[in-house]
Design a protein around this ligand. Structure first.
Ligand SMILES: [Zn+2]
Ligand SMILES: [Zn+2]
Length: 322
């Protein structure tokens, strides 16, 4: 699992990561600013507004092209996503596309099962090894000069955000809505790389360790339905059943109603319900994986030694909705 010689674990650039660690100390400043409940409201609003852009922008639009929109709103999605201080939009999306190609395989940059929790949570981000976008994986969006600019100057949106909070509400807003909310937002987002490959149920057979987790879905605006997502990546919704709360999708539906986004891709009936066709052995395997993880499985005699190729239904298996 984790060894000292693992080149991926040796890559944290401590000097360059100082700002990241300093932001983690800023909540202590709350002791110097008289508390107001208003600050908590600003913190929560800032968290969920930016989480929406992380998941609708960085993830569902730029990484997976799960819906379409105008060039102007595309820029707004990128700008809003970068307000979360998670580097450039092309950087984020290109590394995420790579994660799906290599999920929990040796080349996956943030697999918790292969490299441990802390590496998947923050280590890989603080490493210089992955500083550059994977340009060959993001050619479709790299042709937009405004996105290339935004990708290069990724610190501009969060700095403008901080300035805006300060101008409106003073140091209290900047601290609670900017910095404290930022720490929560980082770790809320990163749970999808770490915890959602460790805790939760598995409905679909995939070759990775992705899980579905209600609590993670609440704190990440719907990204906690990660087993659904790894089974079929390109859908605008990740909660596929009514009880699978997916705040991002509800907002996308509203934006679609207003004509701001369109052609939201949804899973087709046979994709959603494929688990009903699994054999008893496959169902048992999923149950065991949910409890013990992928690696700790006793493989029963009657189980196939190779999982069936269910992970990537053909694009034709999608229905489009505007
Ligand atoms: Zn994943
Ligand atoms: Zn994804």
């Amino acid at each position: 699992m984790q060894t000292g010689s693992d080149p991926h674990r040796d890559g944290v650039n401590w000097a360059k990561s100082i700002p990241f660690f300093l932001v983690h100390l800023t909540p202590l400043l709350a002791f110097f600013i008289p508390f107001k409940w208003e600050y908590v409201v600003v913190m929560v609003a800032s968290y969920y507004a930016r989480m929406f852009f992380v998941t609708a922008g960085y993830h569902r639009y730029f990484s997976h092209r799960a819906f379409q929109t105008s060039r102007v709103f595309q820029f707004i999605l990128a700008f809003g996503a970068e307000m979360s201080t998670q580097k450039g939009v092309l950087w984020w999306a290109s590394h995420h596309r790579h994660h799906h190609k290599e999920s929990d395989q040796p080349d996956d940059v943030h697999s918790p099962t292969l490299r441990g929790f802390w590496w998947s949570q923050v280590g890989w981000i603080l490493s210089s090894r992955y500083d550059e976008p994977r340009w060959k994986d993001i050619k479709d969006f790299a042709r937009f000069p405004e996105l290339v600019w935004l990708n290069k100057f990724y610190y501009v949106p969060p700095l403008l955000g901080m300035l805006g909070l300060y101008l409106v509400g003073g140091w209290g807003w900047a601290l609670w809505g900017g910095l404290i909310s930022q720490v929560l937002l980082w770790h809320g987002t990163f749970t999808i790389n770490s915890l959602s490959h460790v805790f939760g149920g598995r409905r679909y057979l995939t070759t990775d360790t992705s899980r579905n987790n209600f609590l993670l879905a609440l704190i990440t605006c719907g990204e906690g339905w990660h087993n659904n997502h790894h089974y079929h990546q390109n859908t605008a919704n990740q909660g596929w059943f009514w009880w699978e709360v997916d705040l991002t999708y509800y907002v996308l539906r509203m934006l679609s109603f207003l004509g701001i986004v369109w052609k939201l891709k949804l899973p087709e009936h046979q994709t959603k319900y494929v688990h009903l066709t699994y054999t008893e052995a496959q169902k048992r395997r999923l149950k065991l994986q949910s409890v013990f993880g992928q690696g700790a499985l006793p493989v029963a005699d009657e189980e196939p030694s190779v999982l069936p190729p269910l992970a990537a239904p053909a694009p034709a298996a999608l229905i489009k909705r505007s």
